[in-house]
Design a protein around this ligand. Structure first.
Ligand SMILES: NC(=O)c1ccc[n+]([C@@H]2O[C@H](COP(=O)([O-])OP(=O)(O)OC[C@H]3O[C@@H](n4cnc5c(N)ncnc54)[C@H](O)[C@@H]3O)[C@@H](O)[C@H]2O)c1
Length: 428
């Protein structure tokens, strides 16, 4: 099929490359000409495992191309995906100005029947708005609007796109349903075909539920700390219950990234506007915010005062296997440490370049051992795989004080205690 993907970001670029790899002809459009020129050179503008290879392979085969010209992309395609950002406004609601802008431009470019697909995460009833805007801007050209939210995770985006648990398709007509079903047929996974509003809600409800699971286990971790239980044992015991399910029950610093914080905020606002006070999500957000406070308290408990202390940080990205710094817990933690006079040195396997744009006065180190050298303590902020394999004996000998405050429960408390560390974990 001939597809146009508008937005070459974490969702758009991955989706475009994967659809091309499945045999479709995909034109990927972005208004950021710098991004398009990077992509045309065969490189990708952010770190995602396997993405550069997949983009290059499909660009070389001619199935994947890039342009900043939206009109060209729309004219040549049967299905047009909207995968632009939907960031938070100050009051928590989703800013849909990119979606609106793109919808108007699609309408202006349309000459024959198109299926316009919302892939961005959008509030319920956005489909209605997109339809209205397109209707107001064209005359006599048929089209369908479809909601097809994306569930991929940064860090495992290609795997998630190619092997999803389900694909959600919100449609109004048989014509659009037939085409969308055909498009996803090669993936051979369950399709959830529904009305547009339900599809829109499925995405917000799913992300909010996952955020809620994270806050729930963090609340349990806080109780474990108070009574001397081990939250890792607790979550293992819970996860084996099929009704609860595996995943998202790892206690830590809470959720960050470009999706959960904004989607929880947006869904809370959507509910409010619909006349429902979604207290459960407000508490979810509150617990998440407080997790960072509790972590900082532990750092102070370990070091007493922070002024002029040298604090080593391992991990800056909001989670492992990405260089994404959006809403990364590291940002607030580092800002707070610096506000109290601490000197920060840090290492991240991928996010240093992006961290430089949002953090100031950090000494970036080439590896974790350089971070440890002469530091008053070591903080684990992101659970990159390489941190699990560190030579902790060496780390201990390099640190000024053998203190580790672990925000992600990477190590075993008993083992670290035996080695002579003063080790603080979450809920253990
Ligand atoms: N990042 C994720 O893991 C993830 C997962 C699922 C869903 N989503 C949702 O997908 C959407 C996109 O997220 P993302 O992380 O890919 O965002 P992103 O910021 O990485 O990418 C968005 C892209 O859209 C481009 N853009 C903005 N306005 C444009 C316009 N008028 N014309 C053409 N291009 C335009 C931007 O230049 C940017 O490259 C959001 O709604 C997000 O909530 C994200």
């Amino acid at each position: 099929m001939k597809l146009c993907m508008i937005g070459a970001g974490h969702v758009g670029l991955v989706s475009a490359a994967c659809f091309a790899d499945l045999g479709n002809e995909v034109i990927c459009v972005d208004s950021d000409e710098g991004k398009i020129s990077i992509l045309k050179k065969g490189t990708v503008p952010f770190f995602e495992p396997g993405l550069e290879e997949l983009v290059r392979k499909n660009a070389e085969s001619g199935r994947l191309s890039f342009t900043a010209n939206l009109e060209e992309g729309v004219k040549k395609s049967e299905i047009v995906f909207i995968a632009v950002g939907t960031p938070s406004r100050e009051n928590g609601e989703a800013d849909l100005s990119f979606v609106e802008d793109v919808s108007c431009k699609i309408a202006e470019a349309m000459e024959d029947y198109k299926i316009i697909v919302e892939k961005s995460t959008v509030p319920v009833k956005t489909g209605e708005w997109v339809k209205k805007i397109i209707t107001n801007n064209i005359h006599g050209v048929e089209f369908d609007v479809v909601s097809n939210p994306e569930f991929l995770r940064e860090g495992s985006a290609i795997q998630d796109f190619m092997h999803p648990d389900r694909i959600v398709i919100g449609v109004e007509t048989e014509r659009a349903k037939k085409v969308m079903t055909e498009l996803y047929k090669p993936l051979n996974v369950p399709l959830v075909i529904t009305d547009i509003k339900s599809a829109e809600i499925i995405k917000h409800a799913s992300n909010s539920f996952l955020a809620l699971k994270i806050s729930y286990i963090n609340a349990i971790a806080n109780i474990c700390e108070k009574v001397g239980a081990d939250v890792k044992e607790v979550s293992n015991g819970m996860e084996l219950d099929g009704r609860i399910g595996k995943g998202f029950l790892r206690a830590g610093l809470g959720y960050g990234g470009s999706c959960f914080p904004k989607d929880v905020a947006a869904f809370t606002r959507i509910a409010e506007e619909a006349g429902y006070n979604f207290e459960l999500l407000k508490v979810t957000e509150g617990i998440n915010r407080k997790q960072k406070e509790l972590f900082l308290k532990k750092v102070k408990k370990a070091l007493w005062t922070l002024n002029n202390k040298v604090i080593g940080i391992l991990g800056l990205s909001f989670k492992p296997n990405t260089d994404d710094m959006r809403e990364a817990p590291s940002v607030e933690i580092i800002n707070r440490l610096q506000a109290e006079g601490a000197k920060v040195r840090a290492y991240d396997p991928a996010a240093t370049e992006n961290a430089r744009k949002v953090l100031k006065d950090i000494e970036y180190c080439a590896d974790p051992y350089r971070v440890a050298e002469g530091s008053d303590c070591l903080l684990i902020i992101t659970e990159w795989e390489e941190f699990k394999k560190l030579d902790l004996g060496k780390i201990k000998s390099l640190l000024k004080n053998p203190i580790i405050v672990d925000g992600r429960n990477v190590y075993e408390p008993e083992e670290l205690k035996k080695m002579g560390f003063n080790y603080f974990a979450v809920g253990r």
